[in-house]
Write a protein that binds this ligand. Structure first.
Ligand code: PLP
Length: 474
């Protein structure tokens, strides 16, 4: 990392002072060393000790459909192909940042789909999105450091941050309930310009953690203009943008538009919202991606797009916290991509997953809009731009029992009604950075459309949510 790299002053003391010891350190420099010495160094079992010599994998043609013979492939113990991961290598201790074959595939995907503006980026594989986020906190967060977070968020991130001594600072989402918008540049600008008076005892933030598309829990997206202005603030106040994008590929049209389920790869790519990396000229954006939503969460596999200068920091963090991602997961993902015909085939699979979520999303919103609670104005679904969630605002201010402050009590009542009627969702307040900060905007629930076996169950869920809401108002 060069002296003038803007993220250098942001690196944590923990990470700066990290000085791991290795078996192979502190040996004398050898002149005329043998070119091909016998390796007796690492405690690596020879692959003949592995109990598996091969496996046959059967792929689905599309979500909820079976496969056919053309879609099966063999995982070999030793492969002769350069791009394939084999059992010999993937079951072995391996590269901390991911198998080279998989990293190459991911690089190709990122170039084709994400299109970072600089060429100065690299890929680090992780044990899923949350692991990538945790490693960013490890690398940058000293106890007492602050991180900006949208006031509603994927709350496990908070647990990780607090574990490293970080302090989450919620950003108010003013236009959320009324306009269903994520739009907080003015709010953030004001906070940063008046930091000392608003947060007198806290240091200025090192990082913004953001979910720019298919926001969890809200399902909403930031506009390109919003992103540009946020990036400008990041440059001005020197903070890192942690762009968490587990849902961006599950991208939607509006519920009242006719969906196109036959997108070409180019059309699909063009329909995606541009990443913060497309405007990052100073290496301050870290993009977090995962295979959890487009392949399977049990893989525990994801990756980060980072500036090249950061790679050693991530390598050391990974060595300490987790070691390499599972070879089993890497072999599955890498060789699946090959079987599908490379990156273009992989994009087609992602598009099929996206189509299924889009069908579910539109189906559920339409079901909700047919209910009594919607027609009476008691509930309003937020049409998400991406993802697995439909958040639903419960318009409690219309209830006779609403007194201007009893948000939590009425939402508790709603929860009891819905649990009795037979439908469970997450209360908005449980996805807030600080529930007392967000009380007046927490009259919503987050529903996941991902887990039910069939869309028809979403009709029943909509009906039950309506009944639970009506009971609150009547
Ligand atoms: N980030 C967000 C916004 C999420 O919603 C999730 C999972 O639900 C994750 C990260 C974690 O994903 P992973 O399974 O890759 O750790």
């Amino acid at each position: 990392m060069t002296e003038d790299f803007p993220l250098l002053p942001l690196v944590s003391d923990r990470c700066k002072n990290r000085n791991p010891v290795y078996f192979w350190q502190d040996v004398p420099v050898v002149e005329n060393a043998h070119k091909d010495p016998i390796q007796l160094v690492g405690g690596m079992p020879n692959y003949g000790f592995f109990p598996v010599t091969g496996a046959n994998v059967q792929l689905r043609e599309e979500p909820f459909k079976g496969g056919h013979d053309d879609l099966s492939f063999q995982i070999n113990d030793v492969s002769t192909r350069d791009d394939e991961v084999d059992i010999k290598n993937s079951f072995q201790y391996s590269d901390q940042n991911g198998q080279i074959e998989l990293r190459n595939q991911i690089k190709e995907f990122v170039k084709r789909v994400v299109k970072p503006v600089s060429n100065d980026w690299d890929i680090v594989c992780t044990l899923g999105g949350l692991d990538g986020i945790m490693k960013c906190f490890d690398i940058f967060i000293n106890p007492g450091d602050t991180v900006l977070i949208e006031e509603f968020t994927f709350t496990p991130v908070l647990n990780n941050l607090v574990e490293f001594g970080g302090i989450p600072i919620p950003i108010k989402l003013n236009n959320l309930i009324k306009d269903h918008k994520i739009d907080y540049v003015d709010e953030l600008e004001n906070m940063l310009n008046n930091w000392e008076s608003i947060h007198p005892n806290l240091s200025k933030p090192k990082m913004l953690y953001t979910i720019p598309n298919g926001h969890n829990p809200l399902g909403l997206a930031q506009s390109l203009d919003h992103k540009k202005r946020i990036y400008h603030l990041a440059e001005l106040h020197n903070f890192i943008i942690l762009e968490d994008e587990p849902y961006s590929y599950l991208n939607f049209t509006k519920y009242d538009e006719t969906p196109n389920y036959n997108l070409t790869n180019d059309e699909f790519i063009n329909s995606l919202n541009p990443s913060f990396t497309t405007m990052d000229t100073t290496g301050r954006v870290i993009r977090i991606e995962t295979f959890s939503k487009i392949y399977a969460p049990g893989l525990r596999l994801g990756y980060m797009v980072i500036n090249k200068s950061l790679i050693n920091l991530f390598t050391k963090s990974g060595e300490l916290l987790t070691r390499a991602p599972s070879g089993f997961s890497q072999i599955f993902v890498n060789n699946t991509i090959i079987k599908l015909g490379g990156i273009e085939g992989w994009i087609q699979w992602i598009t099929k997953v996206r189509n299924e979520y889009l069908k579910r999303k539109n189906h559920f919103i339409n079901s909700l809009m047919k209910t009594k609670a919607y027609k009476e104005g008691y509930l309003t679904p937020i049409d998400p731009n991406c993802g697995m969630f439909v958040s639903i605002i419960i318009n409690i201010e219309k209830s006779n029992e609403f007194n201007g402050i009893n948000y939590n009590q009425l939402m508790d009542k709603f929860y009891i009604n819905s649990a009795q009627i037979g439908v469970l969702a997450v209360l908005g307040r449980n996805m807030s950075v600080k529930s007392e900060f967000s009380t007046e905007r927490s009259n919503f629930i987050r529903t996941a459309i991902s887990f039910v076996d069939d869309v028809s169950i979403l009709d029943l869920a909509a009906q039950r949510l309506s009944d639970a809401t009506c009971k609150l108002f009547e």
